[in-house]
Design a protein around this ligand. Structure first.
Ligand code: CA
Length: 240
């Protein structure tokens, strides 16, 4: 069975329920991890980087409400689905008030559970992306740089930069100053380099080939002769 790359954490003390959930989630392509008490569940929610938590309410050591509240204090986006008993109507309301995203009533249908899991993971990805789009995005001329997604676009088109090319661009863009090749080597390559600085020139040339509309006449990454490289943030010359 194939993996969809998403991990679901089950926090539930009833072994038979964990087994049923685990079997069906794995069948649907999820990686499954499980905790059988609230303390362990909370630790795994915060440290094991699940994409969603299925959380029982009546749990040993720490109940599901407290686990949910503690998760929310640390992580605003991690989807939490409460597993509630049908008769505990007030639990559902309380759960949503303290930050659970949804609940599912025991005994649940597997089909409904999988639909809820899928919908809540997708919604969170969308929320995270929207939040990223509004923050940490730099713009200059036709270029945009999204630092959270480490993505550079020119006129809306994503550029395929290597990690190093991205790092060079990011460093020059954010420092806003003429930067020597020695400094670039130290900051981007991460060590003091006393050897061949042409490594930097080659990397900058390759970056320009991807970044610039005309690499022979760069407009974004400019050279200050004898001093180094700098990013032209003004873009006053761009007119086409
Ligand atoms: Ca229980």
């Amino acid at each position: 069975m194939g993996s969809n790359g998403k991990t679901v954490l089950i926090v539930e003390d009833e072994k038979t329920i964990v087994d049923i959930l685990e079997f069906n989630l794995k069948l649907a392509g999820y990686t499954v991890i499980a905790a059988f008490d609230g303390i362990t569940g909370l630790e795994m929610a915060l440290n094991a980087k699940p994409d969603l938590v299925l959380l029982d309410i009546m749990l040993p050591r720490l109940d599901g409400f407290k686990v949910c509240r503690a998760i929310r204090e640390k992580d605003a986006l991690l989807p939490v689905l409460l597993l509630t008993a049908r008769e505990e109507e007030e639990d559902k309301v309380l759960g949503l008030e303290i930050g659970a995203d949804d609940y599912i009533t025991k005994p649940f249908s597997i089909k409904e559970l999988l639909a809820r899991v899928k919908a809540n993971i997708r919604r969170t990805m969308y929320d995270a992306q929207t939040a990223e789009d509004s923050a940490d995005t730099l713009t200059a001329g036709k270029l945009t740089l999204n630092q959270n997604r480490m993505e550079v676009r020119r006129a809306g088109e994503t550029l395929e930069l290597s990690q190093r090319e991205y790092d060079i661009l990011c460093y020059l863009w954010k420092s806003g100053k003429v930067t020597s090749r020695e400094e670039l080597m130290e900051k981007v390559w991460g060590y003091d380099y006393y050897g061949d600085l042409r490594v930097v020139d080659v990397a900058v040339r390759r970056l320009r080939e991807k970044l610039e509309e005309n690499p022979a006449e760069p407009r974004y990454i400019l050279t200050r002769r004898g001093a180094g490289y700098y990013f032209d943030n003004e873009q006053l010359t761009i007119d086409n």
